[in-house]
Design a binder for this molecule. Sequence first.
Ligand code: ADP
Length: 324
Amino acid sequence: MTAIAIDDVRRTYGDTVALDAVSLSVDPGEIFGLVGPNGAGKTTLARAITGTTDYDGTVALFGEQPRAIDRSRLGSLPQSFSPHERLTARELLEYYAGLYDDALTPGRVLDDVGLIDSADTYYENLSGGQQRRVCVGSALVNDPDLLVLDEPTTGIDPAGRRQLWDLLEGLAADGTTIFLTTHDMHEAERLANRVGLLADGELVAVDTPRALIDAHGGESRLTVETASPLAEVDASGLDYRAAIVDNDLRVFDVAPTEIGTVVDSLTDAGVQVESLSWAEPTLEDVYLELTGTAVGRGGQRLDDGAASAAEEPNAPTPPTEGSS
Ligand code: ADP
């Protein structure tokens, strides 16, 4: 049975269309990552799934309406969640565990979210990342079949984030279905079996990270730092497209095995190569391509000049200052 079946879901707030005919299904044990710019409708969709907002269309969780499903089967973490501040991490999880007949022990959940050493610290004295982990723990206490997490790792440091990823992967391997929203493309790429990209309330792409990258990520790129004045570089002999991006030379669609050939060609053209970095397209490139919005983290974006150079297949583009 489908874990989450969303069919033609629409939600408006006055003139604002928060969700526009969204249809999607998520399988049991799948980790589904929803990404999209601020205001795209991610939280509204997460709330439609958990039955905490009204909508037109249908949502079914294991065949039941969100508000009808046995609450012990659903774990949810809203984006803004502020538990009582003068309770310790353990007391908070004891409180949430007490809401269910058959809950996990708070100690086990604290251990799972990496907080056992801070179990007796007041919530208000935990760091922002530790607080968020308590909140994630509160969504886990009932050992749910479906977890809906709205930006679960926001504010958590890289080590803590990795620990939570491992935890979520372990839960999914044991059959828990996980629907999460995130702004972290690395998180979506690493964690999600499938990623949905929401823009202006519409689901514009849904697929595995690999398929999305292959379809929309563009090409690999070799960034060449050089001491040579770029305006004087003649790359017409270079059998690859190239452009100047942020005072570096960027060469497109170079396989790792071809890097030596590119360097030889550049050296022949009088370019003094100082350093090289090669990057494959990632989900961030897909995001940029489909939403036209930078994600605000990770590497430097291609600028307009490079993007337009990349749009002309098989046309070696001599780098000029004008193209940067
Ligand atoms: P995201 O989570 O992707 O940032 P949201 O689902 O929070 O997006 O919001 C989608 C759109 O709906 C935005 O334009 C937002 O301003 C609007 N919206 C969301 N909740 C409300 C609300 N309670 N009242 C009015 N507008 C809302």
